[in-house]
Design a protein around this ligand. Structure first.
Ligand SMILES: [Zn+2]
Length: 328
């Protein structure tokens, strides 16, 4: 967690509500200079002559504060007016003794420019996370997510809004191993756990669909994920095997080892044996009910609605949730 996130107090910035999935669209940006209700000022980009000649596409507006005490210049030459203490609150990279502080020998205006090796688009996105508004920025592609994480890593930035944005974006990446590999590479724990959970919840091994992003994690890390999944699945199967409740009919007719012999239980175990134990189908009410009906014991369907049976199913689902919650 970052230390005090918003030490800078000269701005009236409304902190946004927690980010929901998916992240809302970013605020519309005007092409003229105008302050919006968040206190941001968007400024028209002033292209260099070279850019004009090349007719490069220009961003419509970039995040820049007129009262900033530091100008960060992207490697495309665009200036971002920012506040040094806001940057320092999320990163030691902008340490007061470092190159970003105002040189003590310069008495002039209290503002200075530092070049930073990020594209205009990446620097803009990064700053929009560091200055959270009511409209959290949106990450719209894996490439953009990786660029943002790389920039945050290079600048030693720890920012819970970036964590949330990345977790939200990666949870929308369909391939759980792709999301897991990206989150693992850059050390985003919440995103990694969420991706691991989705990998645990499927029987798909993805051997025919290996994401290229796995190249950035070690074989050891991947083996640990596989081992954690095997353990979680084994624990889930154990919990499923132990689910039990009484049935008067079974006691009368099947006076055998009940764990093997109870008709509904045999049906149930056969039904779920091919399913991932965390999949909804494995322990849904429908699955249990079908097993009761197919069990050739006239009393089993009646016992299905007993308090004991309801408790047994509730406890089983709680155990499965607990296993997934403990993913590291
Ligand atoms: Zn029965």
């Amino acid at each position: 967690m970052p230390k005090s996130r918003m030490r800078h107090s000269g701005l009236a910035i409304a902190l946004p509500p927690p980010i929901s999935v998916p992240i809302p669209e970013p605020p519309p940006m005007s092409s003229g200079t105008a302050s919006n209700s968040d206190g941001f000022t968007t400024e028209p980009n002033t292209p260099s002559p070279a850019q004009s000649l090349a007719l490069l596409p220009k961003p419509q507006g970039i995040l820049s504060f007129p009262d900033g005490d530091l100008i960060l210049q992207s490697n495309e030459g665009d200036d971002f007016g920012v506040h040094l203490d806001v940057l320092q609150s999320v990163s030691s990279y902008f340490d007061e003794d470092g190159e970003f502080a105002k040189p003590p020998q310069s008495p002039g205006p209290d503002i200075h420019t530092r070049r930073i090796n990020l594209s205009t688009g990446t620097l803009d996105l990064l700053l929009r996370f560091l200055y959270p508004s009511r409209h959290p920025p949106s990450i719209d592609s894996t490439e953009r997510a990786i660029t943002l994480m790389q920039a945050a890593a290079d600048l030693k930035i720890e920012c819970s809004w970036i964590d949330k944005g990345i977790t939200s974006y990666l949870s929308s990446v369909p391939h759980p191993l792709r999301a897991w590999a990206i989150a693992t590479r850059f050390g985003y724990k919440a995103a990694r756990r969420e991706a691991a959970r989705r990998f645990f919840e499927t029987n798909e091994d993805f051997y025919d669909d290996v994401p290229v992003e796995l190249e950035h994690v070690s074989a050891k890390q991947f083996m640990e994920l596989q081992r954690a999944k095997a353990r979680a699945v084994a624990m889930a199967r154990d919990a499923i095997n132990k689910v039990e409740w009484g049935c008067d009919g079974c006691w009368q007719s099947w006076n055998v080892n009940l764990n093997d012999g109870r008709p509904w239980k045999s049906q149930f175990l056969r039904r779920v044996s091919e399913l991932n134990p965390f999949a909804y189908d494995a322990t849904s009410e429908v699955t249990f009910e079908l097993s009761m009906v197919r069990g050739e014991c006239g009393h089993c369907p009646k016992s299905f609605v007993s308090e004991e049976a309801k408790d047994a199913r509730r406890i089983l689902r709680a155990q499965l949730d607990e296993i997934l919650r403990n993913i590291k």
